[in-house]
Design a protein around this ligand. Structure first.
Ligand SMILES: Nc1ncnc2c1ncn2[C@@H]1O[C@H](COP(=O)(O)OP(=O)(O)OP(=O)(O)O)[C@@H](O)[C@H]1O
Ligand SMILES: [Mg+2]
Length: 450
């Protein structure tokens, strides 16, 4: 593969972050550092991709870079000037399309310029050009609901491009789209970038997709969690367009997987095998059937107990944001270990693999109580309660001492799904009640277990 232009490293900075920190206050008024000591520079001519677990602070960092949120510490300089608020020259594209449903494509795109006080006729002309550039000509008067998801995202991109930004920030801009649509749009963005037609100086892409990062970026930064800081940086030294099947590209994808699953990237509280010893631990969004499918695949030929993650992702037909949480969950429950971008089944994982469905549940439940503090906590509370039930509201309030409300809800949802599967507790969703599982409860309950 051809190597890319080496002069980027010395090009003029577009945006510079120095020791940027951000603290959010949780429900019980304790402060939690979401970002800490983030140093990051984007230079003219480069695309940088940012990877990091859910909740590591990627969107927060992007909002700080866009001037939408102020940093609590450190400094952000855009084109040499201290950034104090939303600045002309910076545009952002979000995952959700954020279009106004009652405005036409043309009007939605023009909005980007209205804020800058551009006159009516110039607005119309520039919006048309942007719509044309992103392949939507002919749809100017269409309403968002008349468009497919891919086309709506094109409108979102056109709205950013119309301002001719120096810096384009993309927050998972392709992840709400189906795979093919996402790839097409991604390739077209790269083409716009390569031809210089959009006149953008630098792009930052936040992604959950490791391959996407390697295919697009000149450099990949990986954020750690709790607090988020730049944990690792990888140069991608290949000219675009890149071939995902190229040996060197594959090797680099492997390397990024390894970094993403290293204990350091997973945050300070997860040294390789430690338990989620705090109830506020952010349980990964792992689906149990996917966890089991991965374990089954892992223990069968050709892997026989050890696999390279990208290879396994391909075999399992899972995306990175399904595979990585599922692997993290397997590690949490001690069914597998992650190291150097490989996943290896443990002895317990082998036992689990060989077990019947009922034994699997029992083993799952036992590991859950052992390894996941939140599940153990719920179980203890139930055992201590008079009537064998605890309201989910109580647990949510406890979690909110550590987590933002929606994150608390997400974590509790995961804990409920896992606990029900492992028969550690049951859940009556119509009453929002956690209960002891049937076998454990002394008095029979009125059979409305959800
Ligand atoms: N306004 C806020 N108030 C309190 N906490 C917040 C606020 N915004 C974000 N957080 C918290 O900051 C952390 C980082 O959130 P952020 O959305 O930046 O993460 P992310 O890396 O973008 O995650 P994802 O990959 O899921 O999009 C999360 O724990 C979130 O709950
Ligand atoms: Mg985000």
């Amino acid at each position: 593969m051809a190597m890319q232009d080496p002069t980027i490293a010395t090009a003029a900075p577009v945006i510079e972050l120095r020791h940027v920190g951000k603290v959010f206050r949780t429900a019980d008024h304790t402060d939690r550092a979401v970002l800490e000591g983030v140093d990051l520079t984007l230079r003219e001519g480069e695309i940088v991709a940012m990877l990091g677990k859910s909740g590591s602070g990627k969107s927060t960092l992007l909002r700080i870079m866009a001037g939408l949120v102020a940093a609590d510490r450190g400094e952000v300089r855009f084109r040499g000037q201290q950034l104090t608020g939303a600045a002309q020259g910076i545009a952002m594209v979000f995952q959700s399309f954020a279009l106004f449903p009652w405005l036409s494509v043309q009007q939605n795109v023009e909005l980007g310029l209205e804020a800058q006080g551009v006159g009516k006729s110039e607005r119309a002309r520039r919006a048309e050009a942007a719509i044309d550039m992103i392949g939507l000509s002919g749809f100017n008067s269409a309403l968002p609901r008349e468009l497919s998801g891919g086309m709506r995202q094109r409108v979102g991109i056109a709205r950013a491009l119309v301002t001719e930004p120096d810096l384009l920030l993309m927050d998972e801009a392709f992840s709400a789209l189906d795979v093919l649509t996402g790839e097409t749009l991604r390739d077209e963005m790269l083409e716009l970038w390569e031809t210089g037609r959009a006149n953008i100086r630098s792009i930052l892409i936040v992604s959950h997709n490791i391959e996407e990062a390697v295919m697009m970026a000149d450099r990949i930064v990986i954020l750690s969690s709790d607090p988020g800081r730049v944990r690792a940086e990888v140069r991608v030294p290949f000219a675009r367009p890149r071939n995902r099947d190229d040996v060197q590209v594959r090797a680099l994808i492997d390397e990024v997987y390894a970094l993403m699953t290293s204990p350091a990237a997973m945050g300070p509280r997860v040294p390789a095998m430690a338990a989620a010893e705090q109830i506020g631990y952010r349980l990964p969004d792992a689906d149990i059937s996917q966890m089991e499918a991965i374990l089954d695949l892992l223990l069968e030929a050709p892997f026989e107990g050890r696999a390279d993650l990208p290879h396994l992702a391909g075999e399992a037909g899972l995306t990175d944001d399904e595979l990585l949480p599922a692997c993290e969950a397997l590690q949490l429950l001690q069914l597998a270990t992650l190291e150097g971008g490989d996943i290896t089944a443990t002895a317990l994982g082998r036992t689990y693999y060989a077990a019947e469905a009922g034994e699997r549940k029992a083993l799952f439940g036992k590991q859950l109580l052992d390894r996941v503090a939140l599940a153990a906590h719920i179980h203890r509370e139930l055992a201590a309660s008079e009537d064998g039930e605890v309201g989910e509201e109580q647990i949510l309030r406890e979690l909110e001492a550590f987590l933002k409300p929606d994150e608390a809800e997400r974590v509790l949802t995961v804990a409920i799904a896992w606990g029900r599967y492992g028969e550690v507790y049951a859940y009556q969703y119509n009453r929002g009640m956690l209960t002891l599982p049937e076998a454990d409860s002394e008095t029979p309950r009125d059979g409305q277990d959800g």
